[in-house]
Design a protein around this ligand. Sequence first.
Ligand SMILES: [Zn+2]
Length: 288
Amino acid sequence: MKKTCNSIKNCNEEKKLVFEKRGYKIFECKKCDHRFTEINDAENHVAIIYGDQYFFEGKAGYPNYLNEKDILYNYGIAYSKIISKYASPGHVLDIGCAAGFILKGFKDSGWKGSGIEPNETMASYGKKQLNLNITTGNLETFESSEKFDLINVIQVIGHFYDLDKAILKISYLLKDDGLVLVESWDMKSSVARLFGKNWHEYSPPSVVQWFSDKTLEDIFEFYGFKLISKGYPPKKINIEHALSLIEEKIFRFPFKKKLFRFSIKLLGKYNLNYPPLDLKWYLFRKVQ
Ligand SMILES: [Zn+2]
């Protein structure tokens, strides 16, 4: 076991303050390098952050999530191809599945699919429009009589406020040799280092945990998983979403608002290849 702290939440090791962002102190554990911030209202965290504004008003979330459906659907297809090297299709659970476009990609690749989504608008869209089995709620309260072959944790891990509990629950929900697909932003990537505290993923209180290859692999190993593969995702991003992220996160300059509004109007409907320098996927197998 490489991860030396017994718990992320109840760890008594010394923490150093890395910096402050939007009034939130971001700490790093001196022993295991895990980065996190503390939020006050953990109970209501999920409901407050993932209201409809997260999916429809841009900024840290999406300008209009539903515009990304083709990208996300193809993304699900691409990921299921990657997974097929390690397992044949079974039952997949997608945590934080939103409207379920990625899940639909898995389903159309032969998987039986289930999803969990805290946002009611997203969950009911997936249920009604895509005929998917989505439970409105969060991982903590999710119950299932069936164990899963694969659990997708796609751009979700940084949002868990109790990481230990979340990983234990994931392990509990998996079959004995089940797989977890994690997609996570790499805080040690060159992009993250270049932008420093202005890196887009430092966006508390929506994101509360940050990972590198090492810290992510260590914590999963600690909870009985083995890394079997990793790579850069086949990600495309909608230009409107990209510009919205950039507008929010990057430096101010004169006429910024005007320029961005013009660009969004002009280019918003196109998709571009997201330079996959700070986003990675990791496939873990449950071994104990
Ligand atoms: Zn630690």
